[in-house]
Design a protein around this ligand. Structure first.
Ligand code: AHR
Length: 505
């Protein structure tokens, strides 16, 4: 008997099983879906630790190095002043001559004195410099509808009134036309420990006095659920006035452990890495479940799901103030950002805004500062790579991913999203979270432009790699040349633990 055919079959079987372990296939529909709102690429900056004070603000001016870095990634929207701090914030404490502003205590974050040198005018100047839209979270917890409606008049009224005149006296003639407006924050917890039914009644009352001034239509955002608290979403959607609601928020943080054992930002092994990735991927399930509850009350999808706090939350850096939430940022965190943004891009029919927590020096920051030095974190580079998706049309994907297995558990190794921009270029963002296996992603090119294929990549030798003030460019983007045409397909060889963004023209 001739044994050669058998040998060939055996060889082919071995090859195809290797391919099955490392190979992914992706097909992309050529019909454009809903727009990926640029606001999905939004950020969040709270009066917390060194985010504003020492991050954006020196005490008398805005740091232009930080502004210039953030302009490059096209920050579309910035949320402020909290977070939890929003519900203890009284806007009048932080307007007028700086030397006459009230000193207050930040009882939420670190029990430190706030000199309030950064207030409404400074925040809106910052947004102007960044070229982004402001998103202000109003105070429901310790505020009143009167205080909130006065703030809006101060911000947005162009005519003559005592408050509009006070704004002029404080140096701003024209109204800012702030549109995105949060009615409280985490009202189930730090925002007032309310039940959803009680909050819904508060929302109705506050919303009634939040007026849209001429030329400044308000987009009201109701305070939403804590991660998988679906009951909150159900009860709030059922009881609030949907006609004057633009969005409902939801907060979900990636934890590698639990709230009492979050783990180090820099020292961790694959067990913790795997847990963090698994937790990050849960965003998909959480978004889907909140969205389907919203569908019940709002089948036309008029109300946006606003994920206005997300990101990985680790232990603070040793030696830093525990209330300041200062954490380093590794390649792992960049993979979390890339994966989460892919999830948002793929749910753009309901998710219309998201805000990473928090821009500078706090939690999953884009920028870290130390005196007059500044560095860009691995997460910053993800936002730089992904900015091509802003306001592009989402494309529907079908992805078959190999598994990333660890400790008897498995999660998809590869995730992706794609969009077509206004000039017809297609961008595909791919993340391979497997820390030791490369992935071969075979993309069917049918219906996609393919005259020119270019790519950029973010990876590093270890998932714990970070950028430091001594070595600020250890984790950075590089040109990617691992995509090759093969017949009607594009074959993309992704290194382990990498993010690749391709541009097809
Ligand atoms: O981002 C830090 C805190 O996390 C915010 O202040 C709060 O809204 C959330 O619990």
């Amino acid at each position: 008997m001739n044994k050669r055919p058998l040998l060939l079959v055996a060889l082919l079987a071995v090859c195809s099983s290797i391919y099955a372990q490392n190979g992914a296939s992706l097909s992309i529909s050529d019909t454009s879906g809903p727009l990926i709102s640029r606001h999905i690429y939004g950020h969040f900056s709270e009066d917390l630790g060194r985010c504003i004070y020492d991050g954006f603000w020196t005490g008398d001016h805005i740091r232009m190095d930080v502004v210039d870095a953030l302009k490059k990634i096209k920050v579309p929207v910035l949320r402020w002043p909290g977070g939890c701090y929003a519900d203890q914030y009284h806007w009048r404490d932080a307007i007028g001559p700086r030397d006459q502003r009230k000193a207050t205590v930040n009882t939420t974050w670190g029990m430190v004195t706030e000199d309030n040198s950064f207030g409404t005018h400074e925040f809106l100047e910052l947004c102007g410099l960044l070229g982004c839209e402001p998103y202000i979270a109003g105070n429901v917890g310790t505020g009143t509808p009167e205080e909130m409606s006065n703030w809006l008049e101060y911000l947005n009224y162009d005519g003559k009134s005592t408050l509009a005149n006070l704004r002029r006296q404080n140096g701003r003639d024209k109204p800012w036309k702030v549109s995105f407006w949060g009615v409280g924050n985490e009202s189930w917890g730090c925002g007032g420990s309310m039940t959803p039914e009680f909050y819904a009644m508060q929302y109705r009352r506050y919303a009634e006095f939040c007026k849209s001034y001429p030329g400044a239509p308000l987009k009201l955002i109701a305070s939403g659920a804590n991660s998988d608290d679906y009951n909150w979403t159900d009860a709030v959607m059922k009881n609030i006035t949907l006609w004057n609601t633009w969005g409902l928020s939801m907060h979900y943080y990636t934890l590698a452990g639990d709230w009492n054992h979050k783990g180090s930002a820099t020292q961790f092994g694959e067990d913790i890495y795997f847990k963090a990735m698994k937790a990050c991927l849960r965003m998909e399930e959480i978004v889907n479940k909140h969205a389907s509850i919203m569908d019940k009350y709002d089948p036309a999808k008029k109300v946006a799901l606003v994920v206005d706090e997300w990101g990985i939350w680790t232990d603070p850096e040793p030696g830093s103030h525990p209330g300041f939430l200062y954490q380093q940022n590794s390649l792992r965190d960049a993979l979390i950002a890339g994966t989460t943004l892919n999830i948002f891009n793929n749910h753009t029919d309901r998710v219309k805004m998201a805000n990473l927590a928090q821009t500078v020096n706090v939690l999953q920051a884009l920028v870290l500062t130390e005196k007059d030095k500044m560095l860009l974190t691995p997460t910053y580079h993800v936002f730089d790579l992904y900015k091509v998706h802003q306001d592009a049309h989402s494309l529907v994907l079908k992805l078959n991913s190999p598994d990333y297995t660890f400790g008897g558990e498995k999660i998809p190794a590869v995730n992706a999203s794609a969009s077509r921009d206004s000039v017809g270029a297609v961008h595909i963002s791919l993340v391979n979270i497997d820390p030791s296996k490369k992935a071969t992603v075979r993309i069917a090119l049918q219906g996609l432009p393919s005259k020119s294929v270019q790519g950029q990549m973010l990876t590093s030798a270890k998932y714990t790699d970070i950028n430091t003030f001594d070595q600020p460019n250890k984790v950075r983007t590089a040109v990617f040349s691992g995509a090759k045409k093969d017949g009607g397909d594009l074959v993309v060889e992704m290194p382990a633990e990498s993010i690749v963004v391709l541009e097809l023209k």
